[in-house]
Ligand binder design. Structure first.
Ligand code: NAP
Length: 257
């Protein structure tokens, strides 16, 4: 129904302008949604995708911060829409998916970027049930529920991609004692990636470690800029071969789980 509607409005520029005035995004435009995109790596990913002519749904849990970030990008020519989305709350994810589905008939790229890092120096012997639950809710279950909610739109893309922003801290082969709740949540997120990739054969689904990046989470002493941290995410969103799926990457290369 919506496709017929699209075909119809494409017939004349007048209709096109009319539909645009209602905020509808057209199916010739590449569409991306980035969670936790009001700052840090997420904001940079949104900025770079917009610079590559994507229409970007900039998702953030804080309406004011999200709107401000979207306005900043729009000032520099980006086509961007703010979506309120708290990934730790199913009651926020469902309406966000509905809001996006009202504006587009497909989604090409989902970047599950939002995450929390608490208890960096807490020992595994003392990490609380609360911290484990909150961290898993935001960093693991949130991205899974977001993927579930947006997968009908992703399935309508000719080139659908899901990028889960993970961390080397979640790599079983690199893991030590650092940030147990966060590290375990990212290991589990990697498992979500493998399960989704196996299930969704016509999408590419991958995990990325952005490296240690100068953001509020990474701190000022981190060696990488947000531009460098975004590089593999952007590559997976736009250029990586479609048959590269179910993997964990850093610096555009597959790394060990
Ligand atoms: N920076 C690094 O060195 C590094 C290294 C490895 C992996 N990563 C990963 O890279 C990603 C981005 O991190 P970053 O360094 O850019 O961190 P950041 O600057 O702290 O940004 C984190 C983003 O996630 C959002 N967020 C947190 N909880 C959320 C929730 N429940 N719902 C929606 N959004 C939520 C934050 O929103 P608020 O502003 O509202 O808090 C913020 O927009 C994360 O997945 C992180 O684990 C980062």
């Amino acid at each position: 129904m919506r496709r017929e509607h699209n075909n119809l409005i494409r017939k004349t520029n007048g209709f096109l302008d009319f539909a645009k005035s209602f905020g509808y995004v057209f199916d010739m435009t590449k569409i991306a949604l980035v969670t936790g995109a009001n700052k840090g790596i997420g904001l940079e990913v949104a900025r770079q995708l917009a610079a590559k002519s994507f229409h970007v749904f900039l998702a953030a849990r804080n309406r004011e911060l999200g709107n401000r970030a979207a306005e900043e990008l729009a000032k520099n020519g980006a086509t961007v829409s703010f979506v309120e989305l708290d990934v730790s709350k199913p009651e926020s994810i469902r309406p966000a998916a509905g809001e996006v589905a009202a504006q587009t008939d497909h989604l090409d790229v989902l970047v599950n970027n939002a995450a929390t890092l608490e208890g960096e120096h807490t020992s595994i012997l003392h990490v609380s049930s609360d911290l484990m639950q909150q961290t898993l809710l935001t960093n693991t279950i949130g991205p899974l529920l977001v993927a579930q909610a947006f997968h009908p739109l992703l399935m309508k893309s000719k080139d659908g991609r899901i990028i889960n922003v993970s961390s080397g801290a979640g790599s079983l082969s690199e893991m030590g004692t650092y940030a147990p709740a966060y590290s375990i949540s990212k290991t589990a997120l990697n498992a979500v990636t493998v399960q989704l990739a196996a299930q969704l054969k016509n999408l590419a689904v991958n995990s990325v470690c952005p490296g240690w990046v100068r953001t509020d989470m990474g701190g000022p002493g981190a060696p990488l800029s947000v531009q460098q941290g975004a590089d593999t995410i952007i590559w997976l969103a736009t250029e990586a071969p479609k048959n590269l799926t179910g993997k964990f990457l850093r610096d555009r290369k597959v790394i060990a789980w």
